[in-house]
Design a protein around this ligand. Sequence first.
Ligand code: FES
Length: 116
Amino acid sequence: MIQQIRVTVNGESYELEVPAHRTLLDFLRKDLELMGTKSGCETGDCGACTVLLDGRPINSCLVLAVEADGKDVLTVEGLAHGLELHPLQEAFIEHGAVQCGYCTPGMLLSAQGPAG
Ligand code: FES
């Protein structure tokens, strides 16, 4: 079954048809080609796929794209303003918190929301 959704991602509005079973993670990576959100365990355990949904951190591997209909999504691509990094990104660099970097987008979004 295909469903139409309207979602705002990083301030940009999208209206697309998606399979009802598509996860938000796959929607972001495959449909919108936003590869910053990482796929790790795909079972809700690692947090690599964390994005903000209406300002709250969620595991995008456990949320269906259709559940984001009418909502606002922030991914790591939306943190920086042009070439100016978000203060959290600056802090991660300053303190050597990046390591291999695979989980960094999820950690940044977890640190950012909901109060950030
Ligand atoms: S990929 Fe591990 S929690 Fe989503």
